[in-house]
Design a protein around this ligand. Structure first.
Ligand code: SAM
Length: 233
């Protein structure tokens, strides 16, 4: 089946309305961003027709693009603002980075998203998708282990981890600006909880706990081991 562009626009609108009705999208900025970013450009060709089902989809190398409701929930929790400097750990398809870019790269305050991916061909996939969708200027894709952040680019106003982390390491907290937030699925390899970390001041950090969720593992120095057997530090 071939879907005309207008068909995707209609499906995108319906999905966003459904997420609003379900109370998952609560802000105008997230509604607008998810109504704008064409998710069909971030999924492999054979899954395009499924792009507006509220489901994760395979993107190759055993990885997934997260379900739209999870992207919405995490973006609401992240609360990005125009002009923010954002680090995403786990670029995958590039879709979530595009949703954040849509919010932070508008108006006179032009922010930037750095998104890091450990699987090089997936980083290339994300880069191609972001350019195709028009976010090439606002997003830089980096290849490597992002589990310890990217200290040389810090501080970040927002840090988004889109893979399951065993914990939020201190090295990442050190890269968060005052007034900044980290949103991450933290916990067991097979089940996590969304954690929101707020840096109130230089010395004060506040933790909030959201929904239970299931993400692919964060693999790296501050994540899980490659064989997924156990915590690597
Ligand atoms: N945000 C993505 C999107 O919009 O498509 C979905 C992310 S997917 C659920 C998790 C991604 O994290 C995978 O592509 C995986 O390879 C990547 N990943 C896992 N460990 C990583 C690490 N230490 N550094 C960077 N990327 C990592």
């Amino acid at each position: 089946m071939y879907m005309m562009n207008s068909g995707y626009n209609e499906l995108r609108k319906e999905l966003v309305q459904r997420l609003i009705n379900e109370g998952i999208i609560t802000s105008k900025k997230v509604a607008k961003a998810m109504s704008t970013v064409p998710r069909e450009l971030f999924v492999p060709g054979k899954y395009k027709e499924l792009a507006y089902m509220d489901h994760p989809l395979p993107i190759g190398w055993g990885q997934t693009i997260s379900a739209p409701h999870m992207v919405a929930m995490m973006t609401e929790a992240l609360d990005p603002e125009p002009g923010n400097i954002v680090l995403e750990i786990g670029a995958g398809s590039g879709y979530h980075a595009a949703v954040v870019a849509e919010i932070i790269c508008h108006g006179p305050k032009y922010g930037h998203v750095f998104t890091i991916e450990r699987i090089a061909p997936l980083a290339a996939f994300a880069q191609r998708n972001l350019v195709k969708a028009g976010y090439g200027d606002c997003v830089t894709v980096i290849v490597g282990d992002g589990s310890g952040g990217v200290p040389e680019l810090a501080p970040f106003d927002r840090i988004l981890i889109t893979a399951a982390a065993p914990t939020i390491p201190k090295v990442l907290l050190n890269q968060l600006a005052v007034g900044g937030r980290i949103v991450a699925p933290v916990g067991h390899m097979w089940e996590q909880r969304l954690v929101i970390v707020k840096r109130i001041s230089k010395d004060k950090i506040k933790y909030e706990y959201g929904t239970y969720c299931v993400f692919v593992p964060l693999i790296g120095k501050y994540g899980w081991r490659e064989d997924r057997s156990r915590y690597s530090i």
